[in-house]
Design a protein around this ligand. Structure first.
Ligand code: SF4
Ligand code: SF4
Ligand code: SF4
Length: 415
């Protein structure tokens, strides 16, 4: 056995996968697989984007009849509703009695994993299925001209990130495939103990372009694939190598974009300038999958002061803008959720004045999550950083003198 074949960890990239030929294209092969899952995989329903009749749009639909899956499209041209939010609406008020599968883009599944940790999604009876994602188009551009958007999306699906049509979040996305590969080393074998966040992954970037790969990531994913009669006997090495090549390019692109952006945004004045056009509509918050509070402080009257307070401020500063303090909203939102930001770009897509809000949040997420040894949504078993206090964490800031003697003991866990 090669080291690749020996992998056995719970989220290890499987050495072998089932293969489905795609003589009529990968979209048809994927929907055929979903139908097989419904009919033979022991599942009661599937949550998946489905075409809205007579429109160029898609909606999340819980499908009970497999013939509806003819209109399913797990990779629609735009992300109109983030899948993590859709799964939250379905499951947050209790474990579904149906055994369902949710078929999502990787950033949507990562949001679902974060929401499960925040008790906004129940995954107990849910099989998570992800798919290699070529990206999505900017929502506003697609809405303005859906026909052109559909043409462009064909290019996106054919060229895999090497085109100018993608949303900015997708152009720099380095987590477009299976988690174990994305967060593993860029060269050498993927780690055997890679975290498990999804049950089955659909590989489209295979060496053999005439079909799709169905990777059983967790034992429950393997069990479901077994029920469908699909044999996991196809080596995944070719697919893995293509994903890694693209991953390397995407990581470099992301790094370069962040470096460039750092220059634009560092310093209070520059930071203020980025958010200057904000009209305080809160769209970015309303579409964000991990902004889940039922009552946001920034939507209450509590944040407003009396007129005399505003008068006083205007007198001191010379002028005061209204509604007041949009920056406070962004900083407040950021401090609440950036450790769970999955860089999906939904916020940026929803901004009516084109503020690069997704760029800001994903940049801050990339800076802060590693400080906690955390990567949002990549490991179901990894507790949220602020619910899991480690004695030595940030001791260089709090008690530098005691840093050397700090024990690596976990003193409190209330996750
Ligand atoms: S952010 Fe990544 S996973 Fe999400 S739609 Fe874009 S390319 Fe796909
Ligand atoms: S802040 Fe933006 S990029 Fe981050 S999870 Fe929310 S919507 Fe996605
Ligand atoms: S969507 Fe844009 S304009 Fe609206 S609050 Fe967010 S950043 Fe401001």
């Amino acid at each position: 056995m090669t080291p690749h074949q020996e992998r056995t960890g719970p989220g290890a990239v499987p050495a072998q996968a089932a293969f489905l030929p795609a003589p009529e294209g990968t979209k048809k092969a994927v929907t055929d697989f979903l139908k097989t899952l419904m009919d033979q995989g022991g599942l009661d329903a599937l949550l998946v984007p489905v075409e809205v009749p007579d429109t160029p749009f898609h909606a999340w639909v819980m499908v009970k009849k497999s013939e509806v899956l003819d209109k399913a499209h797990p990779l629609p041209p735009v992300m109109s509703v983030q899948g993590g939010r859709a799964l939250s609406s379905l499951t947050k008020h209790g474990t579904p009695w149906l055994h369902i599968a949710a078929v999502m883009r990787p950033c949507e599944a990562r949001a679902a994993v974060e929401l499960a940790k925040l008790k906004q999604v129940r995954l107990d009876n849910v099989v998570l299925i992800t798919i290699d994602c070529p990206g999505a188009l900017p929502l506003a551009e697609y809405v303005a001209d859906p026909e052109k958007g559909q043409e462009r999306y064909k290019t996106v699906a054919d060229t895999w990130h090497e085109n100018e049509f993608l949303r900015p979040a997708c152009a720099r996305c380095h987590r477009f495939s299976l988690t174990g590969l994305e967060d593993g080393p860029s060269e050498g074998p993927a780690p055997d103990d890679a975290p498990a966040s999804v049950d089955i992954h659909i590989g489209l970037l295979g060496e053999d372009q005439n079909g799709i790969l169905l990777l059983p990531v967790t034992p429950s994913g393997a069990e479901i694939l077994k029920k469908t009669g699909l044999e996991a006997d196809r080596p995944t090495a070719g697919w893995e190598s293509r994903v890694r090549d693209l991953l390397k390019k995407k990581k470099e692109k992301r790094q370069a974009a962040h470096e460039e952006f750092r220059k634009d945004i560092t310093g209070l004045d520059r930071f203020l300038t980025v958010f200057d056009p904000c009209i305080n509509c809160h769209n970015c918050m309303n579409v964000c999958p991990v902004c889940y509070c039922q009552q946001c402080y920034f939507d209450t009257q509590t944040q407003f002061c009396t007129s005399s307070v505003y008068m006083d401020r205007a007198r001191k500063r010379g002028a005061l803008r209204f509604p007041p303090d949009p920056l406070l909203f962004h900083l407040g939102r950021m401090s609440h959720m950036v450790l769970s930001c999955v860089s999906c770009g939904a916020c940026e897509d929803a901004c009516p004045v084109s503020i690069p809000v997704g760029k800001v949040f994903s940049w801050v997420a990339d800076e802060t999550q590693p400080a906690f040894g955390y990567s949002a949504g990549t490991d179901r078993g990894d507790p949220l950083p602020l619910q899991n206090f480690l004695k030595e964490e940030f001791c260089e800031i709090e008690t530098p003198s005691a840093c050397g003697q700090a024990q690596s003991t976990e003193v409190k866990e209330n996750a």
